[in-house]
Design a protein around this ligand. Structure first.
Ligand code: UD1
Length: 422
């Protein structure tokens, strides 16, 4: 199992190229199942979640050509299977996103119910309610979800009112609605930039879809699919991570491809902490003015501070003067990194969904355990400022969503090595 070894105390300076957004790439790959026409995708990130989704699509019978000049061509003409087993869903929750396109196109799909994961219970009720609102019948038995569209005419357009603006359920609703008869209105939908990117890609594929990025999306169904080409948008979470890394080490890093409008509440919070983020010709630059200041932060749906940057922000706050209160409102158990940060010497108290970080604590390198994707990255960031060497074990979590993390950090001056094996 790979691990990363990081020597702390080196300032980051230079530039980092942001990859395509994993959280847009995965639903867009799933959306390729909707259409029998070619879909050409560029800017797919080289992360293991994308590799796993491509493997799953191949198992369904999707032919994948490339990459050629950075682009993959997907042809979903000969689909041989509409069932995703537990083995697949267990390895990657996002594989649940294939459910809606399979039901939309073939009228039926079976998928294992995803379990909880290290950050929470992560139910799928909103996905299933969205499909039911379009007339699908949903049955669950023996841990398997069976979804069938009405025999006559398939899915029927309708009104989907999401109880929470879930990112995944919004993807499910949009994809299902493209193949439903008549108009579908999705209310209280997620507004994340990845939703806009998926809607843009669906529109290029022929879907008639409006309102992505607002609270209400309208889809006119029975899409006439057409060949399409789409470039995945840059990864705002990766961009935010490197901006925080620069702020943490006191250096100046240009995050190429980062976009201010995708960061929502992040810039405001960083500004209050003494870090200005401003646009450059090619992306974004983070600049720190003097010592870091503690700031309170609450995660929430876009444009609030993203839960996917909460752990990285917590590492930043360990180096700020004063007490920072961090509230996690999206997932109920997303503080698994706290005990690991404490091992490095961070002063953090945590109860329920609130953590109090008292800075500034000098951190000491130690061996720590990655528990999930973003939590692992907060440990790498801590390693950048800890005294001596930090070893982050179970790096496969990071590889799920960060492309070439050690290469990108090393090119900015970090001392970081990947070790393979025992
Ligand atoms: C996506 C992202 C993930 C990010 C999250 C929140 C992908 C592949 N993953 O996950 O990185 O952390 O958005 O920005 O895009 N919920 C329900 N019922 C449902 C679905 C969700 O109660 O059917 C709840 C969840 O338990 C959670 C909240 O809604 O408390 C947010 O989840 P959601 O926005 O759906 O996250 P994901 O799409 O799973």
């Amino acid at each position: 199992m790979d691990r990363l070894q990081i020597e702390g105390g080196h300032r980051l300076d230079g530039s980092v190229q942001v990859a395509g957004a994993k959280n847009a790439a995965l639903p867009i790959l799933a959306a390729s199942l909707l259409s029998d026409r070619d879909l050409v995708l560029g800017n797919l990130p080289a992360v293991t979640d994308v590799t796993a989704m491509l493997e799953l699509l191949r198992e369904f019978g999707v032919r994948i050509d490339g990459p050629r000049q950075g682009r993959l061509v997907l042809h979903a003409t000969g689909i041989v299977n509409t069932e995703a087993t537990w083995d697949i869903v267990r390895r990657m929750r996002a594989s649940f996103l294939v459910l809606a396109p399979l039901v939309a196109r073939f009228g039926h799909a079976r998928i294992s119910r995803p379990g909880g994961c290290s950050i929470g219970t992560r139910p799928v009720d909103l996905h299933l309610e969205a499909l039911a609102a379009l007339g699908a019948s949903v049955e669950t038995a023996g841990g398997v979800i069976d979804v069938t569209a009405p025999r006559a005419g398939g899915l029927q357009g309708g009104r989907i009112n999401l109880a929470f603006p879930s990112v995944g359920a919004t993807h499910t609703a949009m994809m299902a609605a493209t193949a439903a008869r008549g108009e579908t209105e999705i209310v209280n939908c997620a507004r994340e930039p990845e939703i806009v990117d998926v809607a843009t890609c669906l529109a290029r594929m022929g879907a008639r879809i409006e309102g992505a990025g607002t609270h209400r999306i309208r889809v006119e169904g029975l899409t006439l699919w057409q060949p399409a080409e789409h470039m995945i948008l840059p990864d705002r979470i990766e961009a935010g991570t490197y901006l925080i890394a620069a702020a943490l080490t006191g250096g100046q890093v240009e995050v190429t491809g980062g976009r201010l409008e995708h960061l929502g509440g992040v810039c405001e919070v960083l500004d209050a902490a003494g870090v200005t983020v401003f646009p450059s010709d090619r992306g974004l630059i983070a600049e720190r003015h003097g010592p870091l200041r503690s700031v309170d932060m609450t995660t929430g749906p876009f444009p609030a501070f993203p839960t996917d940057l909460q752990a990285q922000f917590m590492t930043l706050m360990t180096q700020a003067e004063g007490v920072s209160t961090i509230r996690e409102t999206v997932f109920e158990n997303r503080f698994m990194h706290v005990p690991e940060l404490q091992r490095l010497g961070a002063n953090i108290e945590h109860r329920g969904s609130v953590a109090r970080v008292r800075g500034r604590s000098p951190l000491d390198g130690a061996s720590v355990m990655a528990t999930d994707l973003r939590a692992s990255m907060c440990l790498v960031l801590a390693g950048l400022v800890a005294r001596g060497w930090t070893t982050v074990n179970r790096v496969y979590h990071i590889d799920r969503g960060y492309e070439d993390v050690e290469g990108k950090l090393r090119r900015c001056g970090a001392r970081i090595e990947r070790r393979t094996g025992a």
